[in-house]
Design a protein around this ligand. Structure first.
Ligand code: GDP
Length: 364
């Protein structure tokens, strides 16, 4: 599955948010730096109203949302790349995620210590990015040394690898994260394999006080401006509110949100933003037994989309019977769509579209 790492300086609200996300007490929130020492991993359901609509129409007995994995990564402080705090442990954990949710403290609270002694989310973002950039530079220099011989021997892959590493290094030396490098189509596959820290897309999560959750505040506006300039995403959330909501049932939660002037839980926005950041989309399988959502990267072809359900579906793929979401809903379900000629047979070259309702035919 796809993994988002939650990072941030100590005491910015990471654990509070992670707990709310996964509704567990496993990651203990405490006013104490390095409280979460092991990376905590939690799976969350991706909220999607379309799935409920489809299930209602098909009278499905169970509804299974698609999932996204969050990893609470603790212990980043200034100097992490030099082994301060949890240093290298932290960096190893971050290497394994697909995208980074960077929690920034946009709240004042004299009772909660700020490690740098002041609230400045833009400076905090820079602190962390700088650590990651230093770590990337060191990693690139090591890797360049390791492939010197292969490059000299004319190994094609190593030559490409070296060229890409040098492009990345040039950006870092210029003070820019690796994700700002423009890469040719032919290099994309090798580029993604580099697994550099500042290559991963970033979503800034502004943790604001409860009474500013609906509006944001001056600090979250500074973050928004920074995110826009960098081409990164941002969401405004109150971790405290999310913590409270996570303890309520659905109906009470909705009333609470309304009172606060919020249309949607912050976590729902966070999950959706993460989904978008990872460039993922959803297709559905719908029947009387279950309605289920599946996650694929945007642009996935039908056989590979089938492979998300089961490897055999991909291997023996024949075709995909496809109904667009809107057709399925407007025409009252599968039979209606079929009668109206809106069920298409699609082959191996079909690019699955977000919201497609699919049924795969395959050889066993
Ligand atoms: P972490 O170190 O980033 O994981 O931070 P925690 O989630 O453990 O939070 C550190 C402390 O800040 C805890 O005492 C939280 O209750 C508190 N905290 C988290 N979010 C907020 C917030 O939005 N407002 C206030 N006032 N306190 C918060």
């Amino acid at each position: 599955g796809f993994r988002m790492g939650i990072v941030g300086l100590p005491n910015v609200g990471k654990s509070t948010l992670f707990n709310a996300l996964t509704r567990t007490a496993a990651a203990q929130a405490a006013n104490f730096p390095f409280c979460t020492i092991e990376p905590n991993v939690g799976e969350v359901a991706v909220p999607d109203r379309r799935l409920d609509t489809l299930a209602e129409i098909a009278k499905s007995r169970s509804v299974i949302p698609t999932r996204l994995t969050f990893v609470d990564i603790a212990g980043l402080v200034k100097g992490a790349s030099k082994g301060e705090g949890l240093g290298n442990q932290f960096l190893a954990n971050i290497r394994e995620v697909d995208a980074i949710a960077h929690v920034l403290r946009c709240f004042e609270d004299g009772d909660v210590t700020h490690v740098e002694g002041r609230v400045d989310p833009v400076a905090d973002a820079e602190t962390i990015e700088t650590e990651l950039m230093i770590a990337d530079m060191e990693s690139i220099e090591k890797r360049l040394q390791n492939i010197v011989r292969k490059v000299r021997g004319g190994d094609k892959e190593a030559v490409q690898h070296e060229r890409l590493l040098k492009d990345a290094l040039a950006a870092l030396e210029d003070g820019r994260p690796v994700r700002t490098v423009e890469v040719a189509e032919d290099d994309l596959k090798a580029w993604r394999m580099l697994q550099l820290l500042t290559q991963k897309p970033v979503l800034y999560v502004c943790n604001v006080p409860e009474d500013e959750a609906a509006t944001g505040n001056a600090q979250s506006e500074r973050v928004a401006a920074m995110a826009a300039e960098q081409g990164n995403a941002h969401v405004v959330i109150s971790a405290k509110i999310e913590e409270e909501i996570s303890q309520l049932d659905a109906e009470a939660a909705e009333m609470f949100l309304e009172e606060l002037g919020l249309k949607e839980a912050g976590l729902d926005r966070l999950i959706k933003a993460g989904y978008g950041l990872l460039r993922l989309e959803t297709y559905f399988t719908v029947g009387p037994k279950e309605a289920r959502a599946w996650t694929i990267p945007i642009g996935t072809l039908a056989p590979q989309a089938a492979g998300v359900i089961h490897g055999d579906f991909e291997k023996g793929f024949i075709r995909a019977e496809t109904i667009a979401y809107d057709d399925f809903v407007e025409l009252g379900g599968e039979q209606g769509a079929k009668d109206a000629g809106k069920m298409r047979a699609e082959g191996k070259a079909y690019r699955v579209k977000d919201g497609d309702v699919l049924h795969f035919l395959f050889n066993t």
